[in-house]
Design a protein around this ligand. Structure first.
Ligand code: ZN
Length: 314
């Protein structure tokens, strides 16, 4: 009898201390972006495959109804997932209030969220969403949305000067600097590493509460930049939820960067579990050289989708 009790107790202790059950269940949310230049139909399969290739995730794509679509039957089962990846950008009025409330409650209660590139353009006036992403751009954001956060001489600045939020220059390769090197996502990565040609988001604004900017990049005035070290990788906590925010990833060319995919895989694991178990790959970029992978090359004949270029705020 006694032995049985001890055995039962030991089993319970083992279950409590064991690593979280794999795979990590991920909802990849898509269905809309502001224009053809953000081709979510072509980026979603790459974002899905990157997680699957890490070997610890199981990914379901959930596609939100389009503008004018029927939202009455759209009730994603958030509880089935440890983390939601946002490859989605829509205006404030797209989601009914009950959908917004259900999503905010899911994150507040400990769900994870990953904001990829233009997901930080979405929902400019949805207070809870902006608390989750920390900072965002476009869709009318301005100094009323919160300060412009950046690093200057190694110190974090929150700049309240008036101005519209969201800008970028031409898609040149740029160097990312990990400002925080002991966070699970950045631990073990080179302090400086090159990213392939991508939009370097600048002038993002928001509440910035419970936010840590892990990595930054210099926004070069010679390429319509701000002259500041702008946030690139960000972590935020919202209630019990963890959020990983990467501003990289404009198109298929930008996604094919070992630095993007490694931080995206690690950031998604961290948002889901609070830990990172993935090793740094041997082909991770260096301070001078970016790294791409053949299996993530865009399809033959691909070119970056056109459409109206982003309006520049400065
Ligand atoms: Zn973009």
């Amino acid at each position: 009898m006694k032995l049985t009790l001890i055995a039962a107790l030991l089993t319970t202790v083992a279950a409590l201390t064991a690593a979280p059950a794999l795979p990590i269940h991920v909802m990849l949310l898509d269905g809309e972006q502001a224009g053809a230049y953000h081709a979510w139909q072509e980026t979603t399969p790459y974002l899905k495959r990157m997680l699957e290739d890490a070997g610890i995730f199981q990914v379901d794509v959930v596609t939100v109804p389009p503008r004018g679509g029927d939202f009455s039957a759209f009730h994603p089962d958030w509880s089935k997932y440890q983390v939601v990846v946002g490859n989605y950008d829509a205006p404030d009025d797209r989601w009914p209030d009950n959908l917004k409330a259900a999503f905010a409650e899911y994150i507040r209660n400990g769900g994870g969220f990953v904001s990829v590139h233009a997901a930080d353009n979405a929902f400019a006036n949805w207070k809870e969403y902006n608390l989750m992403i920390g900072v965002g751009g476009w869709r009318g954001r301005s100094e009323k949305s919160g300060p412009h956060f950046y690093y200057q001489n190694g110190k974090l600045v929150s700049d309240t000067a008036p101005g519209m939020a969201g800008s970028h220059g031409a898609r040149n390769p740029f160097q990312v600097v990990n400002q925080v090197t002991d966070h699970p996502i950045t631990k073990g990565l080179p302090k400086e590493w090159m990213h392939v040609g991508d939009e370097l988001y600048a002038n993002l604004r928001g509440p910035g509460e419970n936010m840590t900017i892990l990595s930054s990049a210099f926004s070069d005035p010679a390429n319509r930049g701000t002259g500041h070290d702008e946030p690139i990788l960000i972590v935020i906590s919202y209630g019990k939820g963890r959020i990983f925010h990467t501003t990289m990833g404009h198109d298929l060319a930008a996604l094919n960067c070992v630095g993007f995919m490694t931080t995206y895989q690690r950031g998604t694991e961290w948002a889901a579990t609070g830990k990172v178990t993935q090793k740094v790959p041997t082909d991770f970029p260096t301070s001078e050289k970016f790294g791409m992978r053949k299996e993530y090359d865009p399809p033959a004949g691909w070119s970056s989708p056109g459409g109206r270029p982003r309006p520049q705020s400065k």
